[in-house]
Design a protein around this ligand. Structure first.
Ligand SMILES: O=C(O)CCC(=O)C(=O)O
Ligand SMILES: [Fe+2]
Length: 340
């Protein structure tokens, strides 16, 4: 595919801009690993139903580690406005977006890698693990005491604050049902979910001529307790289930909930931290909004399968592995082996 100069590539990080006149797609044959096996019905949890969500939640968390949330109570109007604002902001020149590094709305591209504090670390390009995306990282704890002079940013900040409040409400309700299913004592329920730790990430996956060779985000599990996603209508999210990659169809009025590594450890491996990935698209950009929530910083996660650890210890091990080996090892680093 050859792109013309009239495209919106001034808004792309330079590394993601195609070179005019060059057919980037042709020199690459698609990699079969990028195929998904099928579309499938993702299990649904209905928060509005009279039944307690714990009824079907237990089995879904054990077998899937993810579900589609319906009747979540987030107004459609809020979702639409968030996507419209995100679209406008991402369409700005790359240089203007780069200026957003000293405010609660932090711009990054190429890698969603995090530092301990939940702030994004701009690691710079490295072809092997370059994600074909850019994003805005918004820790919710300090988003509300900031005011932007720029009206677009200020209304985006305020929409994110409102959206963040909904996400906190949802995380609390979902976690409560899980804690009940897992018979957590009240002390665990309290320290295993810290609503003030949550942050939002708004992503724009960029059009990619080598869509059969690159990932929006490569296969991974989230490090969080829970992650809640909203995606636009473009599609690309896939989950791994029974040795197959399944497309998670975009359905605009639903949210996708993923269980993260912390939840798997807390549940003694009864629940699954789901493997997932995002494909890129040749023709369309894709916007998604993720909410990620973690345990209280000094909460020690105790289980029969893992050495006791805190989330910052997990994060430090993950960062070291990423730096030295280029991959996340995650939970296996803490799993009790026969030698222990
Ligand atoms: O954009 C998406 O749908 C998924 C994002 C994701 O997996 C992540 O940020 O960990
Ligand atoms: Fe993820």
């Amino acid at each position: 595919m050859t792109y013309s100069n009239s495209d919106n590539f001034h808004s792309y990080p330079p590394l993601f801009r195609p070179i005019p006149g060059v057919d980037h797609g042709e020199q690459y044959s698609p990699n079969p690993e990028f195929d998904s096996d099928s579309e499938s019905d993702i299990p649904v949890v209905d928060l509005g139903s009279s039944m307690s969500p714990a009824e079907n939640l237990s089995e879904i968390c054990r077998e899937w580690g993810m579900f589609r949330l319906v009747n979540h109570g987030v107004p459609m109007e809020l979702l639409t406005q968030l996507h419209e604002h995100a679209n406008k902001l991402f369409s700005l020149d790359f240089e203007s977006k780069q200026a957003l590094t000293t405010t609660p709305i932090f711009y990054f591209w190429g890698s969603p890698a995090l530092t301990m504090s939940g702030n994004v670390q701009q690691t710079g390009p490295c072809a092997d693990n370059l994600n074909w995306l850019e994003g805005l990282n918004v820790p919710l704890a300090n988003n509300s005491n900031f005011e932007y002079d720029d009206p677009l940013l200020e209304s985006f900040r305020s929409l994110l604050e409102e959206y963040g409040n909904h996400q906190r409400r949802l995380a609390k309700a979902i976690f409560r049902a899980m804690a009940e299913d897992l018979n957590f004592p009240p002390s665990k329920s309290k320290s295993y979910l810290s609503l003030s730790s949550g942050f939002l990430r708004v992503y724009r996956y960029l059009r990619c001529p080598m869509s059969g060779r690159r990932w929006g985000i490569d296969s991974h599990t989230d490090s969080s307790v829970l992650s809640i996603l909203h995606q636009d209508q473009v599609g690309g999210l896939q989950v791994f289930k029974n040795d197959k990659w399944l497309d998670v169809k975009p359905i605009y009025d639903t949210l996708i909930v993923n269980l993260g590594d912390m939840m798997q450890a807390m549940s003694n491996d009864s629940y699954i931290s789901v493997k997932h990935r995002v494909r890129v698209n040749k023709e369309k950009e894709r916007i998604s909004i993720g909410y990620f929530v973690f345990p209280v910083e000094d909460a020690v996660i105790k289980s029969s399968r893992y050495r006791p650890f805190t989330y910052p210890e997990f994060q430090a091990a993950k960062e070291l592995d990423l730096k030295t080996m280029g991959v996340k090892i995650g939970l296996p680093r803490f799993r009790i082996t026969e030698d222990d």
